[in-house]
Design a protein around this ligand. Structure first.
Ligand code: SIN
Length: 347
């Protein structure tokens, strides 16, 4: 796995006059890898390729129009498929973004990322970066070498969004396939197609019209969005996800705890449903002080626990399993109080 940290001022911006540099907003691009930086052996190839091959400099050089929109700086945080994004990368990213956004010459930042776990990083950043300036997460479904690669246009739109005053005070945004979505709500909904990012219930926040962001509503933030200050954290508690199904093996819950999990999320069936034997295992694990959060494997909806106490665990509320895992990691980094943890999920 390649993990590199380097910083540079990129592209033709250096060659333009100081006056025109001042006129353009500053945008820092944090590159982490993914398909947007992916390379295949043939232009026809959209599935057999290597993610995280192009550097941040190469990404920017491939879209000269970026330099017409903003003065771009590039930071290579990592160059990995997004399945390899870990808490160390997330913590580094949030700290560097926070520092960057404090600079008067920076209008916003863009994070390039693999699409597979993009929603987890976008959600994490939304809960840990406090700034009115836009943080825009972007990726691509087709590698940079493909015919009709979607990365260059997605990147141009992301930089345009990060440069725009209309994107302020809206939390983390995802720019993808001509649409603008909330990083808090959006999910990858299709393994292959370019319009994969959707927020089924809340919908999109806007789209791009004539190359510019067009928001449907005035700035707003997700209801009850918590903030976690991770500026002093060097690690986060381990939380793992298990999948519920007929004949689910309750021993895997205990195995997760033995492997070091300090919290567990279950992608349960329907509204937080697990088999009776798994319910009994959850009761035991919760009694040891390890929170078990029950989300839903259905892809949408709200999960809640029965008030008669017959089901154990914490309902994940609106959070899907992967977002519930991020939230539980952050909650556990703050407190071990089960009621407080429940409060982060229970709206
Ligand atoms: C990845 O998530 O790194 C690979 C898939 C993608 O970026 O579309």
């Amino acid at each position: 796995m390649k993990k590199i940290l380097l910083s540079c001022l990129i592209g033709t911006a250096l060659l333009t006059s100081p006056l025109s540099l001042l006129a353009k907003p500053g945008v820092t691009l944090f590159a982490t890898g993914g398909t947007i930086a992916g390379k295949a052996s043939s232009a026809k190839e959209a599935t057999e390729y290597k993610a995280g091959e192009l550097s941040v400099g190469q990404l920017v050089a491939a879209v000269p129009a970026l330099n017409e929109v903003a003065t771009i700086s590039g930071v290579q945080i990592a160059n990995v498929p997004s399945g390899d994004i870990d808490q160390q990368i997330l913590l580094a990213l949030t700290k560097k973004i926070t520092d960057t956004l404090q600079r008067a010459d920076q209008s916003g930042v863009v994070v390039t990322h693999g699409t597979d776990t993009l929603e987890e990083t976008a959600f994490f950043l939304d809960l840990t970066v406090k700034s009115p300036k836009p943080v825009v997460v972007v990726g691509a479904m087709r590698p940079a070498t493909a015919i009709s690669a979607d990365g260059p246009m997605n990147l141009l739109q992301a930089v345009t969004l990060a440069s725009s005053d209309s994107a302020r005070d809206r939390g983390v945004l995802v720019a993808f396939n001509d649409r603008i979505a909330s990083g808090f709500y959006v999910s990858k909904t299709n393994a292959n197609v370019t319009d994969t990012f959707k927020a089924t219930e809340p919908g999109y926040l806007g789209s791009f019209v004539k190359g510019q962001p067009w928001f449907y509503y005035s700035p707003a933030q997700p209801s009850d969005k918590p903030f976690f200050d991770v500026s002093q954290k060097t690690s986060l508690p381990k939380v793992t996800i298990l999948y519920a199904h007929q004949e689910q093996d309750p021993a895997l819950l205990e195995a997760a705890v033995n492997a070091g999990a300090q919290g567990i999320v279950i992608a349960a069936a329907g509204n937080a449903a697990v088999p009776v034997r798994a319910n009994a295992a959850i009761e035991k694990i919760m009694a040891k002080g390890v929170p078990v959060v029950l989300s839903t494997r259905t892809g949408n909806g709200y999960t809640s626990m029965r008030t008669d106490g017959s089901r154990h665990g914490i309902g994940s509320g609106i959070y899907n399993p992967q977002k519930a895992r991020i939230l539980l990691m952050l909650a556990l980094a703050e407190t071990r109080d089960m009621d407080k943890i429940r409060g982060y999920f229970d709206h």
